[in-house]
Design a protein around this ligand. Structure first.
Ligand code: 6PG
Length: 240
């Protein structure tokens, strides 16, 4: 359980430190292979990270050689307010002028059957894979209060998927289906970076090193090294 934890006083400090880490990871990939492949996180927390990257790191790397994927997506159109792709487009892709050919949303523009989109995404991932599981350079993740990451929620079917790389996962507590990469993709990534802030995440974060809650995030960190960028409120349960 190799957790490399960086604790900063405020969410703003966390985002700045996480942004520099992401830039370093992307540059290392560009240096080694001439291309960098990142899977973005959804939700609300990463929006500030994407804005930081767009506003203060636009000249730090060759963004035109970065391919943008998603660890998960809601089953909604790409322009829907709940779409992770829309959130990333507003905060990162549009401000940086990322070419559409470098963007790989999970949900198709026509928003066909989600099963078709999940299978098609897996085919897309495998086009650049030389091994059994495509190797992302960095998987950026958030964590829910229940210890979920991406759309791998506790007690859901996708947790046990070991063959398929992208699936439609029914989430009873949300009364919705989500599309998500599965554990093999996150286990194989060259680096996994969690960005988690807020006292509301303290219990889930603290349980990662206890034995009381077996969550999807705890399962991932037991399988590989992970980098964490958290604020004091998340780490200690109290803000500055
Ligand atoms: C999503 C994310 C999800 C998110 C966590 C934390 O599509 O919502 O993939 O896993 O990272 O739920 O969300 P917040 O950042 O909004 O707390």
């Amino acid at each position: 359980m190799d957790m490399n934890i960086d604790i900063a006083a405020t969410p703003e400090d966390v985002v700045q430190r996480c942004a520099r880490h992401v830039i370093d990871q992307l540059q290392a990939a560009l240096d080694a292979r001439g291309v960098a492949r990142i899977a973005l996180a959804g939700g609300t927390t990463p929006r500030r990270l994407y804005a930081e990257l767009a506003q203060n790191h636009s000249n730090d790397i060759d963004w035109s050689s970065v391919e943008f994927y998603f660890g998960d997506e809601r089953n909604v159109p790409l322009d829907h307010p709940d779409s992770n792709f829309r959130m990333a487009s507003e905060s990162l892709f549009t401000p940086l002028g990322i070419a559409p050919r470098r963007l790989f949303p999970i949900v198709s523009p026509q928003q066909r059957d989600p099963e078709y989109d999940a299978e098609n995404y897996e085919r897309q991932l495998r086009t650049w894979s030389s091994g059994p599981v495509p190797t992302l350079d960095i998987a950026l993740l958030g964590m829910g209060e229940d210890g979920h990451f991406a759309s791998l929620f506790p007690d859901t079917l996708a947790l046990n998927e070991r063959e398929r790389l992208v699936v439609v996962n029914p989430i009873p507590k949300l009364h919705a289906h989500r599309l998500t990469m599965t554990f093999p993709m996150f286990e194989a990534a060259r680096s996994v970076c969690f960005l988690v802030t807020g006292a509301n995440k303290h219990d889930a974060f603290a349980s990662l090193r206890g034995n009381d809650m077996d969550t999807p995030t705890r399962r991932l960190i037991q399988s590989r090294a992970t980098d964490w960028f958290v604020d004091q409120a998340c780490a200690e349960g109290s803000g500055p």
